[in-house]
Design a protein around this ligand. Structure first.
Ligand SMILES: [Zn+2]
Ligand SMILES: [Zn+2]
Length: 644
């Protein structure tokens, strides 16, 4: 069995040989096995076409676990899914074909999205193969396939009949750029510099002493004995002057002596000249701004709370595209930023704006595109959130590292609204619902009709009122409605098998605890009455060599292919194994990859050195060695090896 090896370790040649030489069936999950099951709820990446370095690190961890568990005698499933639906693909298709999604039929647009997704999946699978992951490709799922989205629809129908899915009109987070409602989990709070504008409410016109009261606090004039006129003037500080036409009330703290005489009266909104009530609420901070706030429908979450609590009317000033509506009068049709400029300049001209100061503010923005979100009142579909149930289930799960559980708990406790699941997009799972034209009733599909697109398929049975005329629901489902079923999908549902939940392991990044982890717990509990996994392994992000998050603008992105081309997959995997730390962000360093590749050269040299020394070992056929030809030292080494 003597061979001569080249002196240099040629990782390209060796890895190529093993990539093509391994029978992929050895990674196969056996549905009928007696061995203990070990199902991994692998993340389904979004098919961008690039398996980035952060994914690759995470998949290395998953692969290490899968191989280890196989060696320990488990029946391991290392499945792979693809979370296809969503906005980035729609945008890419629009760019590539020079169209907008409204210009062509829905089905044609979806087909273009499908084609792009298939191409991208192929590219990412190549990278996965190159990195040597032991994925069981018999257990692959693609969320845009009817087999998967039919399952998402089935879960919708079941949760609807259990009263866990419902539709209502009310405030919802809206991204004007994406043109869709989004869930709270998709709102990212960013610190931004903004301007706090001090305005006069009341009186209608700027009064003569407006110059003199520069920098004064609200109610000053009344302290000087000019009180008595309830609708006189209040000073209000706001960062959103463009929301003046959406103002429905002005609030003060009930204990604030300065404004007591205003409570219960009304005051005039500047420029728009209509009256709003002055109300008292303990949530108003007397120390912020002037101690007087305007309540608009809706500037932020606090406005929504006040709106509900004080049963205030609704004034919709912003439309779905982020433009001013008719209630904004002469500002109708302006974008938010143009409207803000115009209103500020008109306030200034009227002597109604008396001070401006910079302010650091936390602004809610769409996590996909970074556009500041608006809160609009819309009819949307929701999933009921049972906070206690989620917290209880989360406690049953082993969190690695442990402190990641706190992140989920904090998020769960902070939830005030149910999960908004409808989206005004196209490339996503259709909501299997129609509205009867005869009586207006909502008709939800029967399970046996699924999968379906309500815009292409009508209910075979007439409505209870006798009418057979339906309007299809055109909204689609949040993509998290697809991916939050992953544990149930791989453990049987999508393969037409009996459910094997809980699965054993969920590996995922810490950035999606409040979305993917949270929603999976919610959905598995709602649909299967149990936890989705025994353990969750949370990994960090990979930063560039400069210590910053990898981004195009910093030009610090390293593609995994760049590493494998130069040093091989094993060097990459060794970097992941040695540099890795669960839960923490880690830095990519070429130095570590280089030292890994040197280590491999050493191993190669050791083998090369050993070969002549074991030349005398006889071949007993079938790749086995003849024991008689071994020395006592050889036997000792083999014995120790077997104990590992
Ligand atoms: Zn957006
Ligand atoms: Zn009807």
């Amino acid at each position: 069995m003597q061979e001569t090896l080249p002196k240099e370790y040629d990782h390209q040649a060796v890895e190529r040989k093993w990539r093509s030489g391994i029978d992929q069936n050895i990674y196969r999950f056996d549905w009928d096995s007696d061995k203990p099951q070990y199902i991994i709820d692998t993340p389904p990446p979004y098919p961008t076409g690039n398996l980035h370095i952060g994914n690759s690190l995470n998949w290395c961890y998953i692969d290490f676990v899968a191989r280890y568990k196989r060696m320990r005698g488990y029946n391991v499933m290392f499945p792979q899914g693809w979370d296809c639906h969503g906005l980035p693909t729609e945008v890419k298709v629009e760019e590539t074909h020079g169209i907008t999604r409204h210009q062509i039929p829905r089905s044609e647009f979806r087909e273009m999205c499908r084609e792009l997704t298939i191409t991208n999946i192929r590219k990412m699978k190549e990278t996965m193969a190159r990195l040597g992951f032991s994925i069981d490709w018999n257990c692959e799922y693609v969320t845009m396939d009817p087999s998967y989205y039919g399952m998402t629809q089935k879960s919708f129908v079941r949760m609807y009949s259990d009263g866990l899915v419902y539709q209502r009109e009310g405030p919802v987070n809206w991204c004007p750029r994406c043109g869709t409602a989004i869930a709270f989990a998709e709102v990212e709070y960013e610190d931004r510099k903004t301007v706090l504008n001090y305005l006069y409410f009341g009186d209608g016109e700027g009064s003569e002493d407006s110059e003199g009261s520069e920098g004064s606090v609200g109610g000053k004039d009344d302290e000087e004995g000019n009180g008595g006129d309830r609708n006189r003037r209040l000073e209000i500080a706001t960062t959103r002057p463009e929301l003046l036409p959406a103002c429905v009330a002005v609030a003060v703290n009930p204990d604030d002596e300065r404004f007591k005489q205003f409570i219960g009266g009304t005051i005039t909104v500047p420029l728009f000249d209509y009256e709003v009530p002055v109300i008292a609420d303990e949530e108003v901070d007397p120390a912020f701004g002037t101690g007087v706030v305007m309540i608009c429908t809706f500037g932020d979450k606090q406005d929504v709370r006040w709106w509900i609590e004080h049963e205030l009317p609704l004034r919709v000033a912003i439309d779905r595209d982020g433009r001013m509506t008719g209630v904004a009068g002469k500002y109708e049709g302006l974008s938010l930023s143009d409207c803000r400029k115009a209103i500020l300049s008109d306030l200034e001209d009227g002597g109604l704006l008396y001070r401006q100061e910079p302010l650091d503010q936390s602004v809610g923005a769409c996590w996909r595109c970074g556009t500041p979100i608006e809160i609009l009142s819309e009819k949307q579909w929701y999933v009921r959130v049972d906070q206690d149930a989620i917290l209880n289930i989360a406690d049953e799960i082993e969190w690695i590292p442990e402190h990641m559980l706190i992140r989920l708990q904090n998020w769960t406790k902070s939830m005030e609204w149910d999960w908004c699941i409808s989206r005004q997009r196209l490339f996503a799972t259709p909501i299997p619902v129609w509205y009867c034209k005869g009586c207006g009733r909502t008709v939800v599909a029967k399970e046996e009709w699924l999968p379906l697109d309500p815009t292409e398929f009508s209910p075979p049975d007439p409505c209870e009122c006798g009418s057979g005329d339906f309007t299809p629901e055109e909204d689609v489902l949040d993509t998290w409605m697809d991916s939050s079923l992953s544990a149930m999908a791989v453990s049987g549902w999508v393969f037409g098998r009996e459910l094997h939940v809980p699965t054993q392991l969920r590996p995922q990044g810490h950035d999606i605890i409040r979305t993917w982890a949270f929603y999976t717990i919610l959905r598995t509990h709602a649909l299967a009455g149990t936890r989705p996994w025994d353990s969750i392994l949370v990994n960090g992000m990979v930063f560039g060599e400069d210590g910053h998050k990898m981004s195009k603008s910093l030009d610090n992105i390293i593609a995994p292919e760049e590493v494998t081309d130069r040093y091989g997959a094993d060097a990459f995997r060794q970097w992941a194994a040695i540099g890795g730390a669960t839960g923490s962000d880690i830095m990519f360093r070429w130095k570590d990859v280089v030292s890994a590749s040197r280590f491999q050269q050493k191993m190669w040299s050791i083998v090369r050195f050993s070969l002549p020394h074991i030349a005398g070992v006889a071949d007993a056929g079938d790749g086995e060695i003849s024991r008689d030809s071994l020395t006592i030292v050889d036997l000792w080494v083999l014995g120790r090896l077997n104990m590992l």
